[in-house]
Design a protein around this ligand. Structure first.
Ligand code: ASP
Length: 334
């Protein structure tokens, strides 16, 4: 009997989808069925596969992921060698980062999915699940935090992005490159990252909404001014380039920043928000003077994830939120 125990927790997604009578595919396959479809999985580890949720991934909520993080921590305490989460790929770049921020474990936590559902030729779910279990039991992946394994590539949760709607190589880490890869069942980790500061799972509260707005050519701040009072507790703005917006947008952001944290991210998808290069109105120096907090190298989605978890954890002051963005290269200008 294999000594390693690996838990597979299935959340739904394309990897678990089959045809519905109404047309289109919907999540129906259980965790047990996903594991049973992978030849050789039982030779790697004792697999405990089960269904945790059965949803398309845009339907997942922060509460689901907090429950999942709690279950992962319990599995670690119970002596699991690794945990693999299967889910829809649409939101993996956010869910994996949530798990990364909520768990601080030596045990590998791997998130995977599929770009092609099990009813079509060349479905990639079984290969992704096999590679994920190989990563989950490997010593190379220990202490690396939450990883995303797709298409035989290993990505860090903090960097990974879904960059294509349908191709098998949809996932990439444009800011940093992949962390490693899997070949002939062997796991290679080319670079290791420091663990990010984690957010304790206890004391999280519901009902914190963070708005995410991308700025585009010709915007005049109308959408920002139209944010309904009291409905949002934070705002992430994906600005152009290194963190730049039209002057009218800067005026609108300054007003919002007086009543809630406003995080300045870049819509480019890679690279830091700048801190002290551009001096024009609506540039990053001006926006920081107006109270905005730089996201550093977190993209808009990751910045929204971090801010949401901070607010759910009761961190609301601008100085504390600014300090929480510092390890990611962001924060307020000093
Ligand atoms: N297209 C998605 C997927 O890859 C659907 C989802 O995210 O649930 O699984």
């Amino acid at each position: 009997m294999n000594a390693f125990k690996v838990a597979i927790l299935a959340l739904g997604g394309t990897i678990a989808m089959t045809k519905s009578e109404d047309g289109g595919v919907v999540p129906t396959l259980t965790g047990e069925m996903l594991a049973a479809a992978v030849p050789g999985l039982g030779e790697l580890a004792q697999i405990d596969a089960r269904t945790f949720r059965q949803l398309p991934s845009p339907h997942l909520k922060y509460g689901d992921l907090e429950d999942l993080a709690g279950e992962i921590i319990r599995l670690d305490q119970a002596g699991c060698r690794g945990v693999v989460v299967t889910q829809g790929t649409d939101t993996i770049e956010e869910t994996a980062f949530v798990l990364d921020l909520l768990t601080d474990l030596e045990m590998p936590v791997v998130v995977t999915g599929a770009m092609r559902n099990p009813t079509v030729a060349g479905a990639d779910g079984p290969a992704n699940l096999l590679a994920s279990v190989q990563v989950a039991i490997s010593s190379e992946a220990r202490g690396c935090g939450c990883l995303v394994v797709m298409n035989d590539e290993i990505h860090a949760a903090r960097f990974v992005r879904k960059m294509h709607t349908s191709r098998l190589d949809a996932f990439g880490s444009p800011a940093s490159g992949r962390l490693g890869w899997v070949s002939e069942g062997r796991v290679f980790v080319g670079s290791r990252l420091e663990r990010p500061p984690t957010i304790p799972l206890s004391g999280l509260s519901e009902n914190h909404r963070v708005a995410l707005i991308t700025v585009a050519l010709g915007d005049d701040g109308t959408l920002i001014r139209a944010l309904p009072p009291g409905q949002f507790q934070g705002l992430v703005v994906e600005a152009t380039g290194g963190g730049h917006v039209p002057v009218e947008v800067a005026d609108a952001l300054e007003v919002v920043a007086r009543r809630m944290p406003v995080i300045l991210a870049s819509r480019t998808g890679a690279g830091e928000t700048l801190s002290h290069t551009y001096g024009f109105p609506g540039g990053e120096i001006d926006l920081q003077r107006r109270g905005l907090i730089r996201a550093g190298w977190l993209d808009g989605l990751k910045a929204k994830t971090l801010l949401t978890l901070l607010l759910r954890h009761g961190v609301t002051s601008v100085s504390d939120i600014s300090a929480a963005f510092e390890p990611w290269g962001g924060g307020s200008r000093r």
